[in-house]
Design a protein around this ligand. Structure first.
Ligand code: ADP
Ligand code: ZN
Length: 221
């Protein structure tokens, strides 16, 4: 089963992708995570990418497409993959179609997580991640049971994303509406787009995704 998770920043793509990975053994391919690894290095390309990300803009298609093309040919995705954060432009979607055709693979579903902008801003403000196990939290909406201690692994170190600053978030939302939202009609036309209410709690969204996948030609059997 090969799935794309589509939706604005803060919609919960990463959280649901993680669940799909754990429950179904699918491999999560997140261009955002890949880029955050790249910008840990210190070279001219990584510096340029960092500036683009902190401005809330998109990294050029050729860079992103090359990154995914390298990843998607690796053997571990045989059981299926979840794309989180890719494609983000129609050009990326077209490049993905070409890659999949070459690999004799297809997309089974594109799952849109619908969340309105006001909720996104609230979710992104105050979100942080465990530095050790990567599980995500939010200061007001979803704090760890014990302040400053990760529920999952007990770590007391957390990281914040540079691009989660209020100024950058507004720009990321604008970018989403202008450049990524056109993918909705793109996949609608292919008949593989399904939409889920992303305003609900994590486990309700997860439940809705499961129901959808089940009803879609028994993808889970
Ligand atoms: P979110 O979905 O919360 O915005 P991501 O981690 O997916 O977070 O992306 C963070 C940033 O990385 C984006 O704002 C963008 O600058 C860059 N990025 C990630 N994926 C892509 C992509 N497919 N194309 C262009 N830029 C990307
Ligand atoms: Zn942890």
């Amino acid at each position: 089963m090969n799935i794309i998770l589509l939706g604005p920043p803060g919609a919960g793509k990463g959280t649901q992708a993680q669940l799909l990975q754990e429950k179904f053994g699918l491999i999560k391919l997140s261009t955002g995570d890949m880029l955050r690894e790249v910008i840990k290095q210190d070279n001219p390309l990584s510096k340029r990418i960092k500036d683009i990300m902190n401005a809330g803009q998109l990294v050029p298609d050729d860079v992103i497409i090359a990154m995914i093309a390298d990843r998607i040919v690796q053997g571990d995705i045989q059981n299926g993959f979840i794309l989180d954060g890719f494609p983000r432009t129609v050009a990326q979607a077209e490049a993905l179609d070409v890659m999949l055709r070459r690999l004799d693979k297809k997309l089974d579903a594109v799952i849109e997580l619908q969340v309105d902008d006001a909720a996104l801003i609230q979710r992104i403000a105050g979100r942080f991640t465990c530095a050790k196990c990567n599980v995500g939290y939010n200061k007001t909406l979803n704090p760890p049971a014990q302040e400053g201690v990760c529920d999952q692994c007990g770590s007391t170190e957390f990281t914040f994303r540079d691009d989660d600053k209020a100024e950058t978030v507004a720009s990321r939302l604008k970018t989403y509406h202008a450049q990524t939202a056109p993918l909705l009609p793109y996949y609608q036309e292919k008949g593989i787009l399904v939409s889920v209410d992303g305003m609900k709690e994590v486990d309700e969204v997860w439940h809705a995704i499961n129901e959808l996948l089940q009803s879609q030609s028994n993808l889970l059997t």
